[in-house]
Design a protein around this ligand. Structure first.
Ligand SMILES: [Zn+2]
Length: 292
């Protein structure tokens, strides 16, 4: 776990549940893309960087989810390096409790104040203020989170963060976290047409062609939207709808999943309402959703 793999020319990645990118800026300096889920991962990455005699110049965070920023605090504490991210993501990374409050909708209960929701805080600079070395391209991948970005290295290797997930993850979970379904699908449509020497999704294999996997992700997302719409044939409350979603996709119910999948189902409800396929009304003190 967290072995350094060479991809192409100066571009590398650390393997693991969430891939971490590394780019050699010159013979001695490197930058990394994301830092893994916790301090332990940050230590491992920095150890490898030091063993190679490299110096870490900066970190780019694709978005503020804990499995992408969890090593930030340790690495920044040891090296003093700058961390760059989009402004809203930077805000969540500087104030990690916002992540758990965001998915919960209020100050979160203790069950959500855990590692997966609550990274250690780090200091982040808006990426718009970064003077990145020539050849780097920052790409908008919003949808999975509000301002997620991808990074194209000067080697034309494109890090796609969580804009796309593997067939294995879809097979296992089907429903994965989405903040804004409309943006998520629009981003996938753009990703489908992107070209690069190699693509590195955080949660799928490195590949030369991303179009088939992007199309599969779009199909699955549209399928979930259709399924949720069909569950609203008769007026249904959010809680009863969520119960049906958990049953339909055989999902494990715990506080984290309840918050993350619950938030995702709400995003689908917004998406379907914006498309005027769904309406809602209050009845006997309960908010009900129903197909138009
Ligand atoms: Zn994420």
């Amino acid at each position: 776990m967290y072995e350094l793999n060479h991809i192409l020319n100066n571009t590398y990645y650390f393997s693991g549940p969430t891939k971490i990118g590394l780019y050699r800026l010159n013979d001695t300096d490197v930058c990394i893309i994301d830092t893994g889920i916790e301090e332990r991962v940050g230590k491992r990455i920095l150890k490898t960087i030091n063993e190679n005699g490299w110096s870490l110049k900066f970190i780019i965070n694709t978005h503020a989810h804990a499995d992408h920023v969890g090593g930030n605090a340790y690495i920044q504490g040891e090296t003093g390096c700058k961390i760059f991210a989009n402004t809203i993501e930077a805000c969540f990374t500087e104030h990690p409790f916002l992540n758990s409050c965001f998915v919960y909708g209020a100050y979160s209960p203790k069950e959500l104040r855990k590692k997966f929701m609550l990274a250690q805080k780090s200091i982040v600079t808006p990426i718009a203020d970064a003077k990145l070395p020539e050849g780097f391209e920052i790409i908008d991948l919003s949808g999975h989170s509000s301002q997620m970005i991808g990074v194209r290295t000067p080697d034309d290797v494109l890090f796609l963060a969580d804009s796309i997930v593997s067939r294995e993850i879809i097979e296992k979970y089907t429903v994965t976290y989405i903040f804004n379904v409309e943006q998520y699908i629009a981003t996938l449509e753009r990703v489908k047409k992107m070209s690069a020497r190699l693509f590195v999704p955080a949660h799928a294999d490195v590949c030369e062609d991303i179009s088939a996997l992007a199309e599969h992700n779009i199909k699955v997302t549209n399928g979930i939207a259709e399924t949720i719409l069909s569950m609203c044939e008769k007026p249904i409350s959010f809680e009863n709808l969520l119960k049906k979603v958990f049953e339909k996709y055989s999902l494990r119910l715990d506080h984290e999943q309840y918050a993350l999948i619950g938030g995702t189902v709400k995003s689908y409800l917004t998406y379907l309402s914006d498309k005027e396929l769904l309406e809602n009304r209050f009845e006997d003190g309960v908010l009900l959703f129903f197909k138009v």
